[in-house]
Ligand binder design. Structure first.
Ligand code: GSH
Length: 219
């Protein structure tokens, strides 16, 4: 049964799942949600009225939420790279770091970007300042955590690194990771060198003009 992924190459949560698929060379049909493709968007809405992506269709099942999709792939379509460890305690550490990147890096990053595309009279400068403060706290905590660590949860590339790649990629564009956070900067660089993430970043290159804050000329 072929997997079908509803996704957009420039979306951070879609890249998170693409990294997992590319890590294991898992075959899938890529249903691209291009801007203006009403048919693809209607299919997405029929599957998931919340209208957030990625969404994975596996036979009769529709799976939503990037982390859950990656967990599903590990259970139903495992490959040589295990992204969630079999050991329950090690898996908990991976899931904790995955939550950290979604909740405290991606969420404030998106809050800043979405604010920038609101009509001027609906902008929320207080909310944006809170989001920037959260990103600084997140960078600080992560810097200590990554000292002496190669990947987010230790020696092995995991679900948490799938989350970290796009989260730190766009967070740095949105609220630059200062030189004081050397371990975070080095980790972001390592992530960019990982072939699965490098491929996702390359596939998204043509969409950079869409970045509302203006994409920097790097990465
Ligand atoms: N919690 C969801 C978040 C998904 C999400 O926010 N996706 C964004 C793209 S990165 C989206 O669907 N944006 C469409 C919109 O905001 O209308 C997950 O982990 O998959």
């Amino acid at each position: 049964m072929t997997l079908k992924l509803y996704a957009h190459p420039f979306s951070s949560y879609c890249q998170k799942v693409l990294i997992a698929l590319y890590e294991n060379d898992t075959p899938f049909d890529y249903r691209r949600l291009e801007v203006g493709d009403e048919q693809a968007i209607a299919e997405l809405e029929a599957l998931w009225p919340i209208k957030r992506f990625p969404v994975l269709v596996d036979g009769e099942r529709t799976i939503v939420e990037a982390s859950i999709i990656i967990e599903h792939l590990g259970l139903e379509h495992p490959g040589p790279v295990r992204l969630v460890p079999e050991d329950a305690r090690a898996a908990l550490q991976v899931r904790m770091m995955d939550r950290f990147f979604d909740n405290y890096v991606s969420t404030p990053q998106q809050r800043i970007v979405f604010d920038s595309i609101r009509p001027a009279e609906h902008r929320d400068s207080y909310g944006v300042a809170e989001a920037r403060a959260m990103l600084d706290r997140a960078y600080g905590w992560l810097d200590g955590s990554m000292a002496g660590r190669r990947w987010a949860a230790g020696d092995d590339f995991s679900l948490a690194d799938c989350a970290a790649g796009p989260a730190l990629f766009y967070a740095d564009w949105t609220h630059p990771i200062g030189e004081g956070f050397a371990h975070v900067r080095a980790y972001r660089k390592r992530l960019l060198e990982r072939p699965s993430f490098a491929r996702a970043v390359n596939e998204a290159r043509p969409y950079r003009p869409l970045f509302p804050l203006g994409a920097p000329d790097r990465d």
